[in-house]
Design a protein around this ligand. Structure first.
Ligand code: NAP
Length: 276
């Protein structure tokens, strides 16, 4: 078994994930895994970084597929006995003018951004080694969407006692409410992406609390973050940040030094803890 530290970035064949891998290859003292659901796109991205003299490794990972997640989990367990850094970056967003029915958008968006990210955490968090760092890429849209929830939902999402099961129940309810045409009446904002990212931010807060309760001595730090508005296929060419700039906050959180005791369980943007 290798004792080399290992970092894994989900959805890293392009966009912000690719830039995170690029930065980690330069700064992380260990093996860095670029992962992609499509091996062809993944290998192409690896070759691009190799041309720059960097040496990422590759593993297939489709976060929507639990078998794929478990294959990565078993590989990490066997080769490294766990992992040191996990960046949950993979995500999707329908374009503003997409005509797909909102009920479908809600189901598909929540499936990847929230439920699949949670599945990764369920399988990989137990493998994270002491002093490990976990970064869940959320969005400032999670804050604005939170502000547009009714008071009861806001209170639940800000609660310091909400459980993962309760959060899963709420995310499931959103999808159901949209399908039944009652989501606005039930106090939800009109954004599937925003609600999915509320889920990612709240999940990170819950996971930090669980780590405090169950693995306090392991000094693992987990946070949600916003990369900013970044020029990628998701956000388009008008966005203000380059992918390298978008990678800065996730990379900062992934490389928090071993003597850092925070941020932990926070929502971070521009390397600064944001109010939730
Ligand atoms: P992007 O260019 O569209 O890249 C998204 C990446 O996620 C791609 O590599 C994509 O793979 C991958 N992905 C999607 N579904 C996946 C799945 N089921 N399994 C594995 N990989 C999957 O988007 P981006 O702008 O870099 O976004 C990265 C993250 O930042 C997302 O979580 C996004 O919500 C968040 N974010 C972005 C912005 C922004 O302004 N760009 C702002 C706030 C937050 P394929 O190539 O196979 O599709």
């Amino acid at each position: 078994m290798s004792s080399v530290p290992v970092a894994v970035v989900t959805g890293s064949n392009k966009g912000i994930g690719f830039a995170i891998v690029q930065a980690l290859c330069k700064q992380f003292p260990g093996d860095v895994y670029l992962t992609a659901r499509d091996p062809g796109r993944g290998q192409e991205a690896v070759a691009k970084l190799q041309k720059e003299g960097l040496h990422p490794l590759f593993h297939q990972l489709d976060i929507d597929d639990v078998q794929s997640i478990r294959a990565l989990r078993d590989f990490l367990k066997e080769k490294y006995g766990g992992l040191n850094v996990l960046v949950n970056n993979a995500g999707i967003a329908f374009k503003v003018h997409d005509t797909t029915p909102f009920a479908v958008q809600a189901e598909v968006t929540l499936k990847t951004n929230f439920f699949a990210t949670r599945n990764i955490c369920t399988e990989l968090l137990p493998l994270v080694k002491p002093y490990g760092r976990v970064v869940n890429v959320s969005s400032m849209v999670s804050s604005s969407a939170l502000g547009r929830c009714n008071q009861e939902l806001q209170q639940k999402f800000r609660s310091d006692t909400i459980t993962e099961d309760e959060l899963v129940g709420l995310m499931t309810k959103f999808v159901e409410d949209v399908k039944n045409g009652v989501h606005e009446k039930e106090g939800w904002p009109n954004t599937a992406y925003g609600v999915s990212k509320i889920g990612v931010t709240v999940l990170s807060r819950i996971q930090a609390r669980m780590l405090n309760e169950k693995r306090k001595g392991d000094h693992i730090l987990i946070n949600a973050c916003c990369p900013g508005w970044v020029r990628t296929d998701m956000a388009g060419p008008q966005a203000t940040k380059s992918p390298d700039e978008g990678a800065e906050t996730p990379v900062y959180l992934a490389l928090l030094p071993s003597d850092a005791d925070g941020p932990h369980g926070q929502f971070v943007s521009n390397k600064t803890v944001q109010p939730w």
